[in-house]
Write a protein that binds this ligand. Sequence first.
Ligand SMILES: O=C(NCCCCCn1ccc2cnccc21)c1cc(-c2ccc(F)cc2)cc(O)c1O
Ligand SMILES: [Mg+2]
Length: 214
Amino acid sequence: MDQSKEQRILNSVSYNAVKGDPESVLDCIDNYCSQKEWAMNVGDEKGVILDKVVEEADPTIALEFGTYVGYSAIRIARLLKPNARLLTIEFNPEFASIAREIIEIAGLSEKITIIEGHSQDIIPQLREKYQVDKVDFVFLDHWKERYCPDTILLEECGYLRKGSILLADNIVYPGAPDFIKYIRSHKSFDCTNYPSHLEYMKVEDAMEKAVYMG
Ligand SMILES: O=C(NCCCCCn1ccc2cnccc21)c1cc(-c2ccc(F)cc2)cc(O)c1O
Ligand SMILES: [Mg+2]
């Protein structure tokens, strides 16, 4: 059976990246996806914005929706302090298993837990099953129509604390209009927009940061 694009990305990382070097894994994926086959990684341009917000948050517990092949999980985890952890949620089992291998090549398996399932099912389980009390940083990069309901669910479950930082990808393209409308009008969130471009393309996109004010 023909290999998937995601399997071809793993092949390229496995062949070209330096084992245990997250930067070389990121560079390999960015080179493959800009020169060979486009893929929906946050990419190198928006990745710099992600880096800055993660450094600002300096999270102990980070959460990501939308692992895909693990590119943003590696971007986030490479910046975490020694005892900090990233939980990343992926509903596609093939993507989850490819991400696990790419994360292993980056040497970040100890810092990253991949949870397979749908966000609305996993969020209520984070406290009991994953010992999560509060979440310091959240990266939203899954179904765009889930950004808003999942943000509400995180708040209702009590995982957000004063200063928790949310960062959402694809605010312009594909877009998350209901999320933007909700988050910018909600008094408990302080929002900042970061104009950028769609990964590997000359297409406008943006990221939105929202700081929970309690
Ligand atoms: O759709 C995108 N991402 C989401 C993929 C599916 C996530 C599914 N999923 C994962 C965890 C999880 C947990 N619960 C429920 C569902 C869950 C996306 C698309 C584009 C894009 C595509 C075509 C185009 F022409 C231009 C742009 C660019 C991006 O950067 C993107 O992020
Ligand atoms: Mg995205």
